[in-house]
Design a protein. Structure first.
Lengths: 506, 325
C-alpha cells in the first residue's frame, strides 16, 4: 500500500482526485468491513468526507461535533464558502493526521476521520467521537466492603482515569499513554504520583510495556504476565484491583497504576507480600480491631497453607508426638477406609478443588447449587458411604475455606498446599521445615520492581511495620514506607488528637 | 544492592541464629555453657572492630584492615580451612540431631536434605539469607508468648556440656565474614533505599560490634528462656527455630568458603579448595573416629583458630607510616 502524505497531495494536481485517492486507500484498508462508512457533504467547490466505524463511533457525536457545525457555517456564509475545518469542528480533542496509516489507526480507535478537497498542509483531522456507552461504575463483586465507596472500575480506560482523578485532585497525578499489541492496539495508561513514585520505577514500567511485542492485549491480565519480575513467579509481583479508592491509596504510597482499555481491573506495581493482608476498610476501623483482623487473616493464611500438610506429616510420620486421644479419634473414624491417610487427604483435596472450580465456572444460580451439593450432600454421603473420614474432611475443608481469606494468593496457595501435603507425607516435619525455609528464602530474595517482596518485614522497615500485621492509627503513620518511595517523606502532619503533640506539628 | 550485602539488622539476626545454632546443637543447658559462646562471639566482635570501621569486600578484605593484602592470604586460607571443617561438623551434628526426630529416614538422606537446603540458601546469596533471618521475628513472637506459659525448670550454674565443642561452634571467621558484608548508611554500596534513607552512624565499628554482641546476647537469653520455661518434648515451633538456625549457619559457612576462594588468584584458589577439601575429609574421618578422637581434633582446630584470630590484632599494633611532623 502506498502511503499518502501532504507532500503527495501538494505534488499532485486536482484536489478532488486526491480526496478520492484517500477514500480509495481507506476503502482498501477497511475492505470487507460492513461497519466502515463514509459520509460526504457536498458544497460548492469543496467536498468534505467523514470516515468512521459504525457503532464504535458515536452517531450523536458525529452529528453534534462535525456535521451540524459545518452545515450551520455553510448556511450562515450564504453559500460563499467555509472557514477552516479546525475552527468549525466543536470537539475538544482534534488531531491533525499526516498519513493514511495514522488515519486508519484513528478510525480503529473510534475516532472520525474528516478530510476535504481544500486541505493542503495535512491529510485530514481525527475527531474524538468514540462511543463511550458502557456500564456505569458498579461495586465490584470480587472486593466487597461494608464501609467504603461502592464504586468500581469499568471497561473504559478514560472513565477509570476519571475515577482516579476524582479522588486525587492533584497535578502531581501524572499519566503516560502508549499502545500495545499489533492487532488490538490496546490503549495502556501509566499513572503515578510525581515525587512519590520512584522515577526509575516509572521508567522501568514504561520500558517493560514498550518491550511487549505481541499481537493482542485483550485484558490487563495479559499485561500482568509481561510486567512480572522473574519468568514464572509463584506468588504475584503485580497487584490488581477493581476499586478506585484502593488504587488511589496505592498511588499515594508511591506505587504505579496501569490502566488497560477494555479491562475493569487496574494493575499496580510494585506489589509486596504484605498487601494481600491489607484491606481498604481497615483504615476506617479502630486500629485495635484492624490489627486483630489482620493477625487473624495471617493465621488463616498459614492454616490454609500448612494445616493439611502438618496433619499428614504428624499422622503418617510422627505419630509419637500426638496425644493418644487424637490418634484414637482419627483411627476410629478411619477404621473401615481402604486408603492410607495421605491418599485420603490428597483425594479429598482434589475433589474439593474440582467442586470449587465447577462452582466458579457455572452460571451464578447453578454455581451456588453446585457448591451446596458439593460441600454438604457429597461430603456427608462420602462419610456415610465409608469413602472418607470426618476428620480428614474437616481438615481439608478448613484449609480450603481459610485460603479464601487472602484472595490474591488463592491460586498460588492451592498449588503450594498440594506441594506441602506431598512433602509432609514423604519426609515428615523435616521435609516441611526445609520446604518452608526454602520458600521463605526464595520470597525474601525476590523483588517487585526493585522493592524487596517481603518488605517491610525483610528488610525490616520500622515505619512500614506500622501498617503490616498490626496497624497503627493514621496519625501515627507520620512517614511513608521508605522501601516504596526511596525517600523519607512525611505522610501526615497531624499529631495525636487531643494529645500533647497538637495538630500541625511535623 | 548486591546479593551479598547485609544490613545491621540482618547482622543482628544472623548472629542470633549463628550463636543459637551452636548452643542448641551442643545441648548447652547450664549458665556457664551459655556464657562461653557468648563471650567468644563478643571477643571476636571486639577483635573485628578495626576491620568493621568501613565496608569490606569479604573476609579477605576484612583481614587487609590488619595487614597488607598479600600478607592476608595465609590467614585467609587458614580461616577458610577451619570454616570448611566447621561446616562439615555442623552438617553431621545437625543430621545426627534431626535423625532422632525423623527416625523413618536414614542418616544419609537427612544429610542430603540439610545439605541441599543449605546449598539453595547459599546460592540465593547472603542478602536473601539475611532477609530470611529477619523473618524469624514472626516465629520468635509466638514462641516466646507460648513458652511464657510453660513449666518452670531451674538451670544449673555449671553443666557437663561446657566443652571445647561449644567454642568450636563460634569460631572467628564467620563473625568477621558477617562484619565484612554489612553495609550501613553512608557507605558507597548503600544503594538500598532503606539504608540510603537511614542516618549515618557516628561510629560504624562500635555500632556493628554492639549489634553482634546484642545478637549473641539475645541468643543466650532466648536459649535460657526456652530451657527455663519448657513446653514439652515435641514443641514444633522451638524445633523449627532450631532447624532454621542449623541450616542458616551451614549456609553461612558454605557462603564463606565459596566466596573466600572466588576472589583469589587461580593458584591460591586451587590451594584453598584443596585445603578445604582436606579439612572436610579429616573432619569426616575424625567424626567417625577413624583418625583422631573428635575431641582432640576440635581442640587443635579451636586453639589454632583462636590464635589466628589474634594475629590481626598483633598486626594492627604496628608503627604508623610516614614522617612525624
Amino acid at each position: 500500500m502506498r502511503i499518502l502524505t501532504p507532500y503527495h497531495r501538494k505534488k499532485k494536481g486536482g484536489a478532488g482526485v486526491e480526496r478520492e485517492e484517500i477514500k480509495r486507500e481507506l476503502s482498501a484498508i477497511f475492505s470487507d468491513m460492513t461497519d466502515f462508512a463514509f459520509r460526504e457533504l457536498y458544497f460548492e467547490g469543496n467536498t468534505i468526507t467523514v470516515a468512521y466505524l459504525v457503532g464504535f463511533c458515536s452517531r450523536t457525536y458525529v452529528n453534534q461535533y462535525i456535521l451540524e457545525p459545518i452545515s450551520r457555517a455553510y448556511t450562515a456564509s450564504g453559500g460563499k464558502g467555509l472557514p477552516p475545518l479546525e475552527s468549525l469542528i466543536t470537539n475538544i480533542k482534534l488531531e491533525p493526521i499526516d498519513d493514511v496509516t495514522s488515519a486508519a489507526t484513528a478510525i480503529l480507535s473510534g475516532n472520525a476521520f474528516v478530510f476535504s478537497d481544500t486541505m493542503r498542509d495535512i491529510l485530514g483531522l481525527s475527531v474524538f467521537t468514540k462511543n463511550d456507552d458502557g456500564r456505569s461504575p458498579m461495586e465490584p463483586e470480587t472486593e466487597n466492603v461494608i464501609r467504603g465507596p461502592h464504586e468500581g472500575f469499568t471497561e473504559s480506560a478514560e472513565g477509570n482515569v476519571v475515577l482516579l482523578r476524582r479522588r486525587l485532585r492533584s497535578a502531581r497525578l501524572k499519566r503516560r499513554s502508549l499502545t500495545v499489541g499489533w492487532d488490538t492496539s490496546t490503549d495502556v495508561s501509566v499513572l503515578f504520583m510525581e515525587g512519590l513514585a520512584r522515577e526509575e520505577a516509572v521508567e522501568e514500567v514504561c520500558r517493560r510495556l514498550r518491550a511487549i511485542d505481541t499481537d493482542s492485549i485483550l485484558d490487563s491480565g495479559y499485561i500482568e504476565i509481561f510486567l512480572q519480575d522473574g519468568c514464572v513467579p509463584f506468588y504475584p509481583t503485580v497487584g490488581n484491583s477493581e476499586r478506585p479508592d484502593k488504587v488511589a491509596a496505592k498511588l499515594m504510597e508511591g506505587r504505579i497504576a496501569i490502566v488497560v482499555d477494555g479491562s475493569p481491573v487496574v494493575l499496580t506495581v510494585p506489589y509486596l507480600f504484605c498487601e494481600a493482608f491489607q484491606v481498604t476498610e481497615d483504615y476506617a476501623k479502630s486500629p485495635w480491631y484492624a490489627s486483630f483482623v489482620r493477625l487473624l487473616r495471617f493465621a488463616a493464611y498459614l492454616m490454609a497453607l500448612y494445616f493439611p500438610a502438618f496433619f499428614v506429616a504428624a499422622f503418617v510420620r510422627h505419630r509419637g508426638i500426638l496425644p493418644a486421644f487424637l490418634t484414637d479419634a482419627v483411627d476410629g473414624a478411619r477404621e473401615t477406609l481402604g486408603f492410607s491417610l495421605f491418599w485420603e487427604v490428597l483425594i479429598i483435596f482434589l475433589i474439593f478443588e474440582t467442586v470449587r472450580e465447577v462452582g466458579l465456572r457455572m452460571p451464578k444460580a447453578v454455581g451456588s447449587a453446585v457448591g451446596l451439593v458439593g460441600s454438604l450432600i457429597l461430603g456427608d454421603s462420602a462419610i456415610k458411604a465409608g469413602l472418607t473420614s470426618a476428620p480428614v474432611l474437616v481438615v481439608v475443608a478448613l484449609a480450603a475455606v481459610c485460603s479464601f481469606i487472602v484472595p490474591p494468593y488463592m491460586n498460588a496457595n492451592m498449588l503450594y498446599r498440594l506441594m506441602m501435603i506431598v512433602i509432609g507425607g514423604a519426609l515428615g516435619f523435616l521435609g516441611l521445615f526445609t520446604a518452608i525455609l526454602i520458600s521463605v528464602a526464595v520470597l525474601a530474595s525476590r523483588t517487585s520492581l526493585g522493592v524487596p517482596y517481603l518488605s517491610p518485614l525483610a528488610p525490616l522497615d520500622p515505619r512500614g511495620m506500622k501498617d503490616f500485621l498490626c496497624m497503627a492509627p493514621l496519625w501515627a503513620m507520620r512517614r511513608m514506607p521508605v522501601s516504596l518511595t526511596g525517600k523519607r517523606l512525611i505522610r501526615t502532619r497531624s499529631g495525636r488528637p487531643n494529645g500533647k503533640r497538637g495538630s500541625g506539628r511535623s | 544492592m548486591s546479593r551479598q550485602r547485609i544490613t545491621p539488622i540482618q547482622l543482628f539476626f544472623l548472629t542470633l541464629l549463628y550463636v543459637y545454632s551452636g548452643l542448641s546443637l551442643s545441648g548447652a543447658d547450664s549458665l556457664f555453657a551459655l556464657l562461653v559462646p557468648f563471650a567468644a562471639t563478643a571477643l571476636w566482635a571486639l577483635v573485628g572492630m578495626r576491620g568493621a570501621g568501613k565496608h569490606r569486600d569479604g573476609l579477605r578484605g576484612f583481614l587487609s584492615a590488619y595487614m597488607r593484602r598479600e600478607e592476608a592470604v595465609l590467614p585467609h586460607l587458614f580461616f577458610l580451612t577451619v570454616s570448611a571443617a566447621q561446616a562439615v561438623c555442623q552438617l553431621f551434628d545437625t543430621a545426627e540431631v534431626l535423625v532422632r526426630e525423623a527416625d523413618f529416614l536414614s542418616f544419609a538422606s537427612v544429610v542430603a536434605v540439610v545439605l541441599a537446603a543449605s546449598i539453595v540458601l547459599c546460592r540465593l546469596g547472603m542478602t536473601a539469607l539475611g532477609r530470611l533471618s529477619e523473618t524469624v521475628l514472626l516465629l520468635l513472637i509466638p514462641l516466646v508468648f507460648l513458652h511464657a506459659f510453660g513449666g518452670y525448670t531451674p538451670m544449673d550454674a555449671f553443666g557437663v556440656q561446657a566443652d571445647v565443642h561449644l567454642l568450636f561452634s563460634v569460631l572467628p571467621a564467620p563473625v568477621f565474614f558477617l562484619l565484612s558484608l554489612t553495609v550501613t548508611a553512608g557507605d558507597a554500596e548503600a544503594t538500598d533505599s532503606l539504608l540510603a534513607s537511614s542516618r549515618v552512624p557516628r561510629d560504624r565499628a562500635r555500632l556493628l560490634c554492639g549489634v553482634v554482641i546484642g545478637g549473641a546476647a539475645l541468643a543466650v537469653v532466648l536459649r535460657a528462656f526456652l530451657l527455663i520455661l519448657p513446653l514439652g518434648e515435641h514443641e514444633l515451633l522451638a524445633r523449627f527455630l532450631e532447624y532454621i538456625s542449623y541450616v542458616v549457619k551451614l549456609a553461612l559457612l558454605l557462603s564463606l568458603c565459596t566466596q573466600g576462594t572466588a576472589g583469589l588468584a587461580m593458584g591460591a584458589r586451587t590451594v584453598g579448595a584443596g585445603l578445604m577439601a582436606l579439612a572436610a575429609v579429616i573432619t569426616v574421618a575424625s567424626l567417625g573416629g577413624a583418625l583422631f578422637s573428635p575431641g582432640a581434633l576440635l581442640t587443635v582446630l579451636v586453639s589454632t583458630s583462636a590464635a589466628a584470630a589474634l594475629v590481626p590484632v598483633l598486626f594492627s599494633i604496628r608503627p604508623p607510616k610516614g614522617n612525624l611532623p
